[in-house]
Design a binder for this molecule. Sequence first.
Ligand code: ADP
Ligand code: ZN
Length: 360
Amino acid sequence: MAEVRVNLEAHSYTIHIMPGGISHVGALMRRLPLGDKALIVTDENVCPLYAGTLTDSLTAAGFTVAMVTVKPGEGSKSLTAANAVFTEAISKGLDRKSPIIALGGGVVGDLAGFAAATYLRGVPFIQVPTTLLAQVDSSVGGKTAVNHELGKNLIGAFYQPNLVVIDPTALETLPDRELKAGLAEVIKYGVIADQNFFADLAAAAAALLTREPAVLATVIGRCCELKAEIVAQDERESSLRMLLNFGHTVGHAVEAVGGYSEYNHGEGVAIGMHAAGLISKGMGLCKHEDVEILQQLLSRMGLPLTAPGYSPQALISYLQRDKKMESGKINWVLMTGIGQVKITREVTDSAIKEALAQIT
Ligand code: ADP
Ligand code: ZN
């Protein structure tokens, strides 16, 4: 079992990465100053798979368990779903020491985190992520949000969990496409911060795709360490944390242009990282071979490099909309080599256009 400590002064917490970890959540929670009532938030896919094990573990540790099960998918990141969580919390008499536990992927994590941040002005929050994407990314760092009909993630808070328990064996049931989406974020960590890790991933590709728990545990642990280091230095995304957006600028545009139905987040990020690599090369920041190495690893993990048939102009319009939200210029995260990135606002239109032409 591995542990990663996220150092955020009064908001510090530990991530436990342990195969079979879901059945230890109750015991791990007992180390914290919590009340005896707990509320699990999960979705209809995850509930039949893992909610029983989690509930047993909590009951054995002396907790009384309530549960809210939402529909799977982004639609549940809503104020309506949050209200269902509040209703259950109030009617079961949860108080300020009662933890809300997210059991599921990023959707459930964001929803439960938002509810935990706001119910009674904040109650303890536990993350038990069950997608690779959530295990390496969204469960660490404290971003919580629901969507508004006018845009995604517009209503939310930075709110750190008190405990994160990652069970790599829960990935056995994850659909292949979701696993690969998580691998896109895994590759991202290699590009932004760790050349050796990137090389290890290339060597471990087959084991990752067949979900060997020991290999998954090692890789997830390293991603959590890297994210924890970055988040500890910049909890609220004023500077360093922006590095985590590598591949996300074009990635979000690809997701949006596809109506959020054609490419999932990880696939968008894979295409976006490829675009960022091409822009980096176009700006003379990295070598041609660096982009080739990135392309090879993305392909090896079964991820898309391009969004064929997409209009570069449609992607640019979306980028410009994003830019307005950030008052003026986009902060591009570009690679200067594998394992190294820099943030720059000085990117030429021609480098962007050339890259977008290559990925569409
Ligand atoms: P993400 O973590 O990718 O942001 P979601 O929370 O939408 O996103 O989860 C992706 C999908 O995978 C959802 O349909 C969810 O119900 C399902 N899911 C989550 N964890 C598991 C698992 N361990 N096994 C099978 N399906 C899962
Ligand atoms: Zn992401």
